[in-house]
Structures are given as structure tokens and as C-alpha cells.
Write a protein of this length. Structure first.
Length: 654
């Protein structure tokens, strides 16, 4: 028999959990909740790490945690600190007993792990943080630096080398430094004239906010909360990946309609657990992280990494913002999941630390994952899909104002990118093959690169079973019905020049690639005999047709039906909570049309020997534009908006 368990700030953990006699803590309800039960949490602020004790039994017999209808519920990983004493100028000091932290002191824990990059001359940052009325501070390396803090208006993006504006210059002058002793932790903070004892001043205490300690607690729903201020650690694909909230290696969670913010590293984790490896490259130093990551894939299979036991999560309608590393992260545990209708912004834009595992969404092994209709902006990298991007679909998203929009790395496909707006200066980076880009607006650069020093796995279609592994030769991509708006490639990458493959405005980076399967086979035939060697230096075919290039963007030399137009402009504009695409296109744009594209219209992926399919194995259907307009038959404007026309137009995207 199912029941409701109620929690309120006026309750008691000695009560019975009824609406009349609610519990005081969510954890008390979590200890009693059974499959089919709903935990209803009433308005107020709860400072606890919610650790579910059991999961549901199926999609229809879940355990649901939800905010009471119409009530604002906040769960925090922080504690409020009073008793600050003035320590000269605008600096204050607090001595905090270590007992408040238990066995986890965020101010003693460094941001550490595989693929963390130590900047020259900088000390490593820690997992702690300080907040003034909800606004996070920056960590500095000494007491003297606390007193000398000043505003910064610009910072260099570590990957592109471009100089970018700081999100909030006044925030950069709010800084802290900590010393951890045997019995207490002393924190100095520059409050820039504010009195921390009269304001809400908080510090990170708990690692997570809603995250089980056990694996395989399936079928849990978390709905309608504000979840904030957790001291989450660095989450590479070769380590345990705890987030502010997440399932911790389970199946069938739904995380929906929440406001999730201020995770020191990652907000939502649908990722790996510890037994398949935990920062071995950094701790042991005997093998590269790449090798340990490869081993983790096979280790995961040995402990039941498959559709029956792992993944199939739904993350929808959340606002995820102001986190240091990721909005959504996952390796292996993310398979078969859906991430849709989320608003993700200001991820890793403080740039306090850096590493190669950062993004609004950062997934490894995103097998049959759908990333649909999300608004992703003001992130250091919008979405990064790394390794085993297979059966993955990036559909109807709006990317803008990111340092980079979409990066697909060392994957073999098939993966599908369709009906998106990619409007940041560095729009697409592909160190992969086997992709299909259909009906997108690309208003930034395209950078392609082979990867011949890391062979990565590919899988049987719609399965976690490994079918083989291979290097990334490059090519085997499909580009159909996209609208390119020209940009000077120099604006996308700054002082480090153009790392690796050269960025291009348009598809001319493929000009030396074969333009058909027949041409590819002929190039192979022209190589010296040899079963293996004759394939190594030959790029795979690129299949391009019916794309439109404006404002100086260049077509692929081997493309069929390309339309190249002088002039043209497109930009994304925010107006309050609404987002618009503003375009000005030449009159000739109205002559360019492309039919509805489906899975059967896209050439088979070579290495994986697989088609572009829905998750049930039927041919992929690309029948809806970004705004929800159906495209069942006929021909439409290239790009993500079915009715886009020449001249000036304005289309609401969000």
C-alpha cells in the first residue's frame, strides 16, 4: 500500500510523517519510504545531504521526492556562519570548529584527479566556497591576496585562448582563503564593505545534496526543489563521479523541474562509480588516463553495465547554473538517457580552475542518449560528447554565447545533430567520424581533426556490448540542409592560435576528402598493397548536399547542390526570459530548399557498419523543426526553422 510522507521545518523526526505530524528532515522520510511512496517536502530551507535508502521497483512503482505544490523548498549543502570578526579593511575572519565538517572538510580537499590541468604558478583550488546572499566567492592563495582583491573584467579562456568577459566583475573582488588546523578551520574573506554577520553568509560543508551512498537504487523521482551549494569533487571519466544530485550507478531516475546551482564541480551526475577505477592515472602515474578509461569500459561490463541495470534516466525542465565544472556529467551511467527542455548557463565561467572535463553537458559513452530542446549559453563549452557517441541525438537545442558550442571527440558514430542553433564563435569541433549534421544553423567555425593516437571503442547498435575499437581517421560525415553564416575564424581562437585542426567558416576544411563512397574506394585501391597500411593515410568520404553558405562561409569542394550567397547575418538575442533568432538573409535564400531527411537518406556509417536509427531500431525520423513545426513531407528552408525566409526575420526560440 502506497503512502505520502510529509516533511516540514516545523516537524519532528519523532512524528509519524503524516500531513498533520510531519518529519523534520528529508532523510527521516527517506529511511522509511517504500516503492510507490511519495515524500512531500513543505516550504523552507533544509540543510542536509539527502541519502535515499531504497529505490522503486519499476517506472510505475517509483519513490518520488517532491516539493509540495506551490511551495518553495531549498536543500543546501552549506551551513550559515555567524561570528565573523573584522580583520582589517574589508576583510573578516571566522574560526570554524572542524566538527562541523565531520570526516569531509572541503577546505582541506583539493580539486584533484585525472585531466585536471595545473596552471603555471597557481596553487590548486579547494572544494570549499563562501557565499554572501547566495553569491559565491573566488578562492585565492594567501591572506595577503584576500586584502588586495580587486575587480577583474576579463579572463582568458584556457582552451581557445580568447579573452572573455567575467560574468560579474564585482563578484571577482569577493575572495576567500582558508587554513585548516587540527581542531578548526580559519577562513578569511573580503566582503567589500558588507557585514557578513548582518547578511546571509554560508560555507560549503557537504559533498552532495541529494545522492545515495549505495549503488542500484533505481526508479527515483526528484521534482520541484531548489538544490544548491555542494562541495562536489572533480569528475573525470576515470573516477567516481558524484554530483550535487544523481543516482550513483542506477537505472530510471527522473530529475525534473528543479533549480540546481552552485556545485563546486558538477551539478547532476549520471555517471560512473568507483570500483571501475578512481583517478589511477593521477595516483599511480604508470599508465595514461586514456588506458585506464579504456579499461573502465571493460570493467563496467563485468559488473553489469547494460540497459537492464544502468541508465535510462530523464533530466528535464531543470534550470542548472553557476557550477564550476559541469551542469550534467556522466560516463557509462548515462546510457539510454534523455536530457531535454533544460536551461543550462554559466557553467565554468568563473574559470577558477581548469581541466579537460568541463562543459554544460559532458558525457562519455552517451549510447542512445537524446539531448533535446535545451537552452545552453554562457558556458565555457556548451556540450562535450567524448568517446562512444553512438546512437546519440543532439536535437533542437539553442547554443549561444559559449566559448565553444559543441565538441564531439574520438567517437565513431552514428550520431545525429539536427535542427539546432549553434551561434557561438566556435560552433562545432569534431575530432570524430560517423556524424550526421542536418538542418542546423551554424554561425561559428567548424573545426575537424583526426586522432591517430587513441583507439576508442564502438558498440553493437543500441547496446553496451563492445564491437571493436579504432583510431579516428576523419570524415565519414554527412552534412545536409544546414545554413552557414560566415565568421572570421580568428575570432574563435585567441592567443594560442588555432590548436590542432584549423577552424573554418563552412565546410572547406573537408576539401581534400573524397566526396563519395566510390571515390573513397578508388583512393584505397590506389595505395600500395597491404591489408592494414593502405587504409591509414586515406580520409573517409564526406557526404554533403543542399547546404547554404552566407556571409563568406565556404562550401565543401565536393558538395552537391551547395548554395553560396553574398551577405547574410544571424544572431541570437535575449529579451528577458525569451530568446529570439534574428536573421537577415539575401533574397536568393528563398530559392534554396531541402526535402525532409530521414535515416534512410543518410549513408551507412563505415566503421560501426550501422544506420541512423531511432532507439528502437527503426529509421531515424527528423520530422520536427526547432520550434516544434512538423515536417512530414515537401521541401523546406535549410536550417533549423522550417519557415525561415529571406530578408529580415525574427523567430522566437525559447
Amino acid at each position: 500500500m502506497t503512502s505520502e510522507l510529509h516533511v516540514a521545518t516545523t516537524g519532528s523526526d519523532d512524528a509519524d510523517g503524516s500531513a498533520e505530524r510531519p518529519f523534520r528532515t528529508i532523510n527521516r522520510a527517506a529511511a522509511l519510504a517504500r516503492p510507490g511512496d511519495t515524500v512531500v517536502v513543505h516550504a523552507g530551507e533544509y540543510r542536509e545531504w539527502v541519502k535515499p535508502q531504497r529505490g522503486g521497483l519499476s517506472d510505475t512503482r517509483r519513490i518520488t521526492y517532491q516539493a509540495a505544490p506551490g511551495e518553495h523548498v531549498v536543500i543546501k549543502g552549506s551551513e550559515r556562519i555567524t561570528g565573523w570578526t573584522a580583520d582589517g579593511g574589508t576583510v573578516w575572519k571566522a574560526a570554524i570548529p572542524n566538527a562541523i565538517f565531520g570526516d569531509f572538510n572541503p577546505y582541506a580537499e583539493e580539486i584533484f584527479g585525472d585531466w585536471v590541468v595545473d596552471r603555471p604558478g597557481e596553487k590548486r583550488k579547494h572544494l570549499g566556497d563562501v557565499y554572501l546572499d547566495g553569491l559565491s566567492f573566488y578562492e585565492v592563495s594567501s591572506r595577503d591576496e584576500v586584502g588586495a582583491a580587486a575587480e577583474r573584467t576579463e579572463v582568458v579562456d584556457d582552451w581557445t585562448g580568447t579573452t572573455v568577459a567575467t560574468p560579474n566583475p564585482a563578484q571577482t573582488a569577493l575572495v576567500w582563503f582558508a587554513e585548516v588546523g587540527a581542531d578548526e578551520t580559519t577562513i578569511w574573506a573580503n566582503f567589500q564593505g558588507a557585514d557578513p554577520n548582518e547578511r546571509t553568509t554560508e560555507i560549503n560543508v557537504r559533498r552532495s545534496v541529494f545522492y545515495p551512498e549505495k549503488n542500484h537504487l533505481d526508479w527515483i523521482t526528484v521534482r520541484g526543489f531548489e538544490l544548491a551549494q555542494a562541495a562536489t569533487p572533480w569528475t573525470p571519466p576515470t573516477a567516481d563521479q558524484p554530483g550535487l544530485i544523481g543516482p550513483n550507478w542506477a537505472k530510471g531516475w527522473i530529475i525534473e523541474d528543479n533549480d540546481i546551482h552552485d556545485a563546486k564541480c558538477s551539478a547532476i551526475s549520471i555517471g560512473k562509480e568507483e570500483s571501475t577505477g578512481h583517478n589511477f592515472a593521477s595516483l599511480r602515474g604508470d599508465k595514461p588516463g586514456y588506458q585506464y578509461q579504456l579499461e573502465s569500459v571493460f570493467s563496467a561490463q563485468q559488473i553489469g553495465w547494460d540497459k537492464e541495470h544502468i541508465g535510462s534516466h530523464v533530466i528535464r525542465r531543470n534550470t542548472i547554473h553557476d557550477c564550476g565544472q559541469n551542469g550534467v556529467v556522466g560516463h557509462l551511467g548515462c546510457v539510454f538517457s534523455t536530457i531535454e527542455d533544460n536551461h543550462i548557463h554559466h557553467i565554468a565561467t568563473k574559470r577558477e580552475y581548469y581541466g579537460y572535463e568541463i562543459g554544460g553537458i559532458k558525457l562519455h559513452a552517451a549510447i542512445d542518449v537524446t539531448i533535446r530542446h535545451n537552452r545552453i549559453h554562457h558556458c565555457s563549452l556548451g556540450t562535450w560528447l567524448d568517446w562512444q557517441t553512438q546512437g546519440t541525438r543532439i536535437s533542437r537545442n539553442v547554443f549561444y554565447a559559449n566559448s565553444r558550442d559543441l565538441f564531439v571527440e574520438v567517437s565513431h558514430g552514428p550520431y545525429l545533430v539536427e535542427h539546432n542553433v549553434l551561434a557561438s564563435p566556435a560552433a562545432i569541433e569534431s575530432f570524430s567520424q560517423g556524424g550526421a549534421y542536418v538542418n542546423n544553423l551554424i554561425a561559428g567555425t567548424v573545426r575537424i581533426e583526426d586522432v591517430m593516437d587513441r583507439a576508442t571503442p564502438y558498440h553493437r547498435p543500441h547496446s553496451t556490448q563492445v564491437a571493436g575499437y579504432a583510431f579516428i581517421v576523419g570524415g565519414d560525415d554527412r552534412w545536409v540542409g544546414n545554413l552557414f553564416v560566415g565568421i572570421d575564424p580568428a575570432t574563435a581562437y585567441g592567443k594560442y592560435g588555432q590548436p590542432g585542426g584549423q577552424p573554418h567558416s563552412g565546410l572547406d576544411g573537408y576539401d581534400e576528402f573524397p566526396a563519395s563512397w566510390a571515390e573513397y574506394l578508388q583512393r584505397i585501391a590506389d595505395q600500395p598493397p597491404g591489408d592494414h597500411a593502405r587504409f591509414i593515410g586515406v580520409k573517409q568520404a564526406v557526404y554533403a548536399r543542399d547546404n547554404v553558405y552566407t556571409a563568406g562561409a565556404k562550401a565543401f569542394a565536393g558538395e552537391a547542390g551547395a548554395t553560396v550567397l553574398a551577405g547574410g547575418a544571424a544572431r541570437v538575442v535575449e529579451e528577458g526570459a525569451e530568446v529570439y533568432l534574428v536573421t537577415d538573409l539575401p533574397a536568393e535564400f528563398d530559392q534554396a530548399r531541402v526535402g525532409v531527411v530521414g535515416g534512410r537518406d543518410l549513408e551507412r556509417v563505415r566503421f560501426v557498419d550501422a544506420e541512423f536509427e531511432e532507439n528502437d531500431g527503426t529509421p531515424a525520423v527528423l520530422g520536427v523543426d526547432l520550434t516544434g513545426v512538423p515536417k512530414e513531407s515537401g521541401s523546406f528552408a535549410p536550417g533549423p526553422i522550417a519557415g525561415l525566409a529571406a530578408g529580415r526575420s525574427r523567430t522566437r526560440l525559447w
